[in-house]
Design a protein around this ligand. Structure first.
Ligand code: PHE
Length: 353
């Protein structure tokens, strides 16, 4: 009886071993092949059932049957993989044959923003545009400057603490990296007879590097020299500037301040762009230190000492000057809270402008 069981299993194994290759070969699709494989090796498959029947065979024969089952299992698995590869290859060949490459198809589109001006450049052009419209012309100057053009002729006494406030990079004796664009006032007055109205955009350098300061940043200076220039002219230009960049009804506020080359001097604030509400009011925020106002530039009436140093008669000539940091203006123009973003050149940031 037990021997009969062994013989029955042997026969079933031999039978399955002889027929599974034809069964796999008959499967035309991957799904048909997988179904056929499941019928043999699946949880309720023929092989599994056979294996479960081992218990009926005599003890002495079980080991040999187990080995034979495992051998067949491996052969079935190999047959399945080989047929699967055949079917996959045939499907791919069919695909390639049916659809040859169409070389006339249009290529993939380039990224929507292939590259464009940096926000600082955009804002610089905007500001230049405002001042050009008011009759100012661009006056260029070098980054490496004479110490006297950056400080002395602007009324900074030698060793005056104000020179510390600029944290200067000195190069060779008497030379430095300009700490502001106000040096252009000196250069313009030395070469151009008044009246004059100039703007000077450019890089400036200070030994400063923290969350809100970078060792190199950009300024834009504007100044005008003529007879009978008053603070009202300055205010008019400031109002026009604020309106053009931040829209009409932007609050503008002047606070007295000190710069050696202007008298009187002021700092200009506009209504904070970060906490501005839909109705135009300001709630106050950390960025404006809860004042609702945020500083945009320094300005004032050109100090007579600057005219005297330039060889111009301070009794005859008057003028105003203003200087702004372009990073700051760009941040306030676009609502960017962190100056670092300006220098990191992350395409995810730059792509937004
Ligand atoms: N040069 C000043 C600065 O760098 C800004 C300024 C320019 C102030 C012109 C008054 C007039 O801070």
């Amino acid at each position: 009886m037990a021997d009969d069981a062994k013989e029955a299993i042997d026969r079933a194994l031999a039978d399955l071993g002889a027929r599974f290759p034809a069964r796999f070969a008959a499967a035309a699709t991957e799904q048909a092949l997988r179904d056929e494989n499941a019928k043999i090796s699946g949880k309720k498959g023929e092989l599994t059932v056979l294996l479960a029947g081992i218990g009926k065979a005599p003890k002495a024969a079980r080991r040999a049957i187990g080995e034979a089952v495992n051998e067949l299992k491996a052969a079935v698995e190999a047959g399945f993989q080989a047929r699967l590869a055949e079917i996959t290859r045939a499907a791919r060949d069919l695909d390639l044959g049916a659809r040859p490459f169409d070389l006339t198809l249009p290529g993939r589109p380039l990224p929507a923003v292939p590259g464009h001006a940096h926000p600082i450049s955009i804002v610089r052009e905007e500001v230049i545009d405002v001042f050009r419209g008011l009759g100012f012309a661009v006056f260029d100057g070098p980054d490496v400057e004479l110490e006297e053009n950056n400080f002395g002729k602007l009324g900074f006494p030698p060793d005056h603490p104000a020179t510390d406030m600029h944290d200067t990079f000195f190069t060779t004796a008497g030379h430095l990296l300009r700490t502001h664009t106000s040096n252009i006032q000196v250069r313009a007055m030395a070469t151009t007879p008044p009246p004059m109205a100039f703007i000077a955009p450019g890089a400036v350098f200070r030994r400063d590097d923290d969350l809100t300061h970078a060792p190199m940043f950009h300024q834009l200076e504007a100044f005008l020299v003529d007879e009978a220039v008053t603070f009202a002219h300055l205010k008019g230009v400031l109002a026009e500037f604020a309106e053009r960049l931040w829209g009409p009804n932007t609050p503008v506020r002047l606070r007295p301040s000190y710069f050696p080359f202007v008298e009187p001097g002021a700092e200009v604030d506009i209504g904070c762009v970060f906490c501005k509400q839909a109705d135009g009011t300001r709630a106050g925020c950390g960025l404006c230190k809860h004042t609702g106002f945020i500083e945009i530039l320094g300005c004032g009436m050109i100090d007579p000492v600057v005219f005297t140093a330039a060889g111009l008669d301070p009794e005859r000539w008057t003028g105003f000057a203003l200087g702004m940091g372009l990073e700051r203006i760009a941040m306030l123009r676009y609502g960017i809270p962190n100056i670092r973003l300006m220098f990191e050149n992350d395409p995810r940031f730059l792509g937004q402008f």
